[in-house]
Write a protein that binds this ligand. Structure first.
Ligand code: BGC
Length: 433
């Protein structure tokens, strides 16, 4: 399926077009991490273990070859704190060298590395201390950032300190409630992950305020350490943009709902070098709180409404809250589906909404699709977000049609416009980057 792309929006020079992964979701055998411990507990509520994942710990050169051959110029990947510092204060030189080789490997293939230091997983020892609720958490994270600076020194410019702190603060509440239920002997909590079955209940939960502020402190501490190590680093964090839609009369309720769940994390990025936008769908808010997905709406394998325009709305909201002086990178956007035609159609719509926001002046510097590979979706391999399929036994990679389509779009240097947009207005060139 080749959707209409029209003349499209000509991308600014240096615009990043690529795909994203995270360490735990693709590497496999992340045995020193808290998530591995959680997955492998006998009473775990996590239904499926990550196991070997996509074995990208060993197969990253093949992943990068594919992305570069497809036409992309950027790859966002994670480095894993639990591998770099498997015990408190003990740095694995081999892990540092492993990630330095990945950075060099990306650069050799013409892929700009966008490197995430923390993507949901922490070392077991950090969680045992209380994780983000430990009074030492910001210092411990900053010490890790100091070591990570050695990896970044291999040629990285774009660094993410913490992925989706708003989801971490929410997951803290989910895990705390699950632990309380299991202490009371009422059995394991229902659900699987922030994206899995537990998602149905998440709307009703409050993010943990203590964790929120601990994450903001950790981000600021890591920012300072990394800047001191290399003033040329471009440092930011990424926020899960929920694209809240207020029902008529629920504007105030929606703003109050968004505050602790999203906007506080965007406001904390006002001094950053850039901000990462991650958007998949929208969430409707009524006067009494979040509303379910309408029964007639098309949904994805994660149960989310298929709503491509979420991306354009998310970058507009982010720019409005953070301010126009902080450039935006789209660090995640995609769809969990077995239907690759739907992936192309969704992404076409998402990119058209992004192009429209850019034409209106939102300063977007890149688009990184989630995900490069089908991977471990925090409790299940069933939701397939990948541009590239992975055989779970042989680990053979197979680029889907969507990968070739998005790669050729990257080569073209244009984003599709909304097919309804008047052709005459499509020819203007965006500002130079
Ligand atoms: C996370 C990813 C996740 C994706 C799809 C984001 O919340 O950063 O780890 O796989 O969404 O659920």
């Amino acid at each position: 399926m080749t959707p209409p792309t029209g003349p499209g929006l000509v991308l600014p020079h240096g615009f990043l077009m690529g795909a994203s992964t995270s360490a735990h979701q693709v590497e496999g055998n992340n045995v020193s991490s808290d998530w591995w411990a959680l997955e492998n507990r006998p009473d775990s509520f996590v239904t499926e273990r990550s196991g070997d994942a996509a074995d990208s710990f060993h197969r990253w050169p093949e992943d990068m070859d594919l992305l570069s051959d497809l036409g992309f110029n950027a790859y966002r990947f994670g480095i894993e704190w639990a591998r770099i510092e498997p015990e408190r204060g003990h740095v694995s030189r081999a892990a540092v060298e492993h990630y330095r080789a990945m950075v060099r490997g990306a650069l050799e293939r013409g892929l700009t590395p966008v490197v995430t230091l923390h993507h949901f997983t922490s070392p077991r020892w950090f969680s045992a201390l209380g994780g983000w609720t430990s009074p030492e958490s910001a210092d411990l994270f900053a010490a890790y950032a100091q070591v990570a600076a050695e990896v970044l020194g291999a040629g990285v410019h774009h660094v993410v300190t913490i992925n989706e702190p708003n989801m971490i603060a929410l997951m803290h509440t989910v895990l705390r409630d699950a632990a309380r239920r299991s202490d009371r002997g009422s059995g394991p909590a229902g659900g699987g992950s922030h994206t899995g079955a537990a998602a149905a209940d998440i709307g009703a939960l409050e993010p943990d305020a203590e964790v929120t502020w601990a994450l903001i402190r950790a981000h600021r501490a890591a920012f300072d350490i990394l800047k001191a190590a290399d003033p040329a680093l471009r440092i930011g964090w990424t926020v899960a943009n929920q694209v809240y839609h207020a029902e008529p009369g629920a504007e105030e309720a929606a703003a109050a709902y968004a505050g602790p769940r999203e906007d506080v994390f965007l406001e904390a990025a006002r001094e950053d070098d850039w901000i990462g936008v991650q958007a998949y769908t929208r969430h409707r808010i009524g006067p009494g709180g979040p509303l379910p997905v309408p029964p007639d709406a098309a949904t994805t394998l994660t149960g989310w409404e298929v709503y491509p325009e979420a991306l354009g709305e998310a970058v507009r909201h982010t720019a409005a809250v953070v301010g126009p002086h902080v450039p935006i990178l789209v660090t995640e956007n995609g769809i969990a589906t077995d239907d690759d035609d739907l992936r192309i159609a969704y992404t076409t719509g998402a990119l058209a909404s992004l192009a429209a926001a850019m034409r209106d002046g939102v300063d977007v510097r890149g688009y990184l699709h989630w995900s490069a590979l089908d991977n471990y979706e925090w409790g299940s391999y069933r939701p397939t977000f990948g541009l590239i399929a992975v055989d779970p036994h042989s680990f053979a990679r197979r680029p889907k049609e969507s990968a070739r389509w998005l790669g050729s779009l990257a080569r073209s240097g244009c984003l599709p416009d909304d097919p309804g947009r008047p052709a005459a207005a499509s020819a203007d060139v965006s500002r130079a980057g």
